[in-house]
Design a protein around this ligand. Sequence first.
Ligand code: PLP
Ligand code: ZN
Length: 501
Amino acid sequence: MMLDFFPDDIKPHIIPKVRGDLYYKCLGCSAEYSIEKLLYVCPECNQVLLIEDRNAKLLQKIPGKVWQKIFDFRKMLKIPALKGIYRYHEFIGPSIPLESIIYLGEGHTPVIEASENLKAKIGLSFFYKNDGQNPSASFKDRGMASAMSSIKYLIDKHLVSDVIAICASTGDTSAAAALYASYLGSSIKSAVLLPHKKVTSQQLSQPLGSGAQVFEIPGVFDDCMKIVEHLSTKYSVVLLNSKNAWRILGQESYSYEIAQDFDWDMKDKVVVVPIGNAGNISAIMNGFIKFYEANIINCLPKIIGAQSEHADPVYQYYLEPDQAKRKFVPVDTKPSVAQAAMIGNPVSMPRVIQITKKYNALARHQQVFFVQVTEQSIMDCQLLANRNGHIACTQGGECLAGLVEAFKKNIVTNKETAILDATAHAIKFSEFQDLYFKSEIPADYKIDPDLNNINQPCLILPDDPMIIPSQKKRLGEKDFKKFVNDISDKIAKRLDLTTSL
Ligand SMILES: *Cc1c(COP(=O)(O)O)cnc(C)c1O
Ligand SMILES: [Zn+2]
């Protein structure tokens, strides 16, 4: 819609104004730092940071109902910079001018209701939010659009130049980083570190195709992360891991969209998220908190974090009911089909701990829960979802497994509606589906394929091995007719096609 057509009370708010009131806040010692520097951990105490807004209180001066209207109208704008995560500019990054925003189509992902069949099987109503429909096919694009726009802003202001951006990744961060960096051209070069043989070939092909320098490192993600941390303390590089607080800020858009998708009514809503490095769940909780404090949503939805039994440090931490006695201990991971979440020492653990405390306090009761699921249930749930019209990756399967587990434990009832994060597109993780269908999943995953779930292609050959069409030698008319009849009969038999026309 053209600007002229917007109602008069909304018009002044439609194009957001740039404000420079953001700062980095250390989660350890509360020190504050300027966002005009490249900073990932506190120089004083080495803790992770979050980006805070000195003017957050001002956002509350606009009534929640007006905010809702602003965002609903802004959705109709055709300005690219405001179509994605920056539709919520005032909450996502008010210091970033529209000219510095990079928009590659991230955000505004669809929310798809589970089919009647699937709902009946699971026992309650739920939706998948398909974050696999982001440009690099995972939710990481939300945080990457934010981190890259913040870098573009520093480049535009001549505060940095010749940027080398690096990250360690379980696959999807590197795909997103390489994509956004390649869009910026020569002003930024990206290098990604991947655990050797611990990312799928689709994920490996993405940064290669975007022209990034790709380094494969023996070990698991946690080992790659240590190398990236070492590099970032010794050399002047831009860190694109979720240690980068801009990533968290951008990923808060997921919550804002859910709020808007459900017309701002969060009553009896449950948001289920898989946990790896714990950046996403931190961002999602933080996003809901900000909208709640600005009176844009009426209550805080229930949050359920799901972890595989093969990579469950956050779940283990919260097993201790006494808050004072909880102690974080990294775990050694075992092979997991939810490979993008296979992390034993989550970078964002301090964020989860602080934000969870705040979330529960604001809700005035426990509203954040953590569940553990088996590898078997992850795989079975992914296949079940996708057989019912979804495009969930294995981590999306982990979400559904988490919902089933939470339902079993009465954390969720059938009066509630769940929103599950399909964090990446199914095709990124199709290798696990292939292994399952071929009954070749290595034993240490502890998954037994359910024969009912297996699906394999079936090669149909003609009786006469000489009558086969090829690109080199076409069949004569008579032979080709014979071939078509023969193959059709065989397919009809397999499909039990009996009625003739
Ligand atoms: C990164 C990732 C996760 C885990 O998110 P964290 O922020 O690391 O907790 C889950 N699913 C997919 C597909 C991912 O790429
Ligand atoms: Zn500090």
